[in-house]
Write a new protein. Sequence first.
Length: 201
Amino acid sequence: MVSERLRNLPRMLTGIGAAVLALWFLIGQRAELAVAAASIYFALACAMDTVHARIPNVLNAALALAGLAINIAGSGWSGFLFSIGGLVLGIGLLLLPYLMGGFGAGDVKALGALGALIGPQPLLHVFVYMAFYGGAMAVIHYLCNRDLVEKSREWWACAKACALTGDPRQFKPAAGEPLRFPYAAAIAFGYYTWIIRGGVL
């Protein structure tokens, strides 16, 4: 079986890496209020998500309120609408995957809170980057959290039983627990990639 240390390694590395990146941006770009707010948020959220597998509601609410305040102070009523548009879009982008069991509620709120800070259009770019990072992280987590040899034998045995009996119902490998991993790091990596590279296209 896969050792507990190996199971936790990807979660710890990605979570710590994202938190360190957030602190680096906080120190280097503390003059930019929006980047500083996001960096404080990601440092705390990635640490909490890594250790406790949850993002506290108070962190998400604080980032959303900071985004509203920053945008209203900068652009008044249009800044308010900008923040609300980003908040709604962020929640909307992950709502269906959440309802299908692919994301936690904290991840949905986190993307919504980030949307309130950076607005709808930048959030779309962050979402694309985040999807790439999330896919790579999912593969790494899967490889470290599954006994692939044992699973291969199980699938092979089911395939043979199905072929020998001619009964497709014999092909029933054990489902196992769904794979979950902290997604705050993927959101953070997507955000900082957008900061560094700009838009996807």
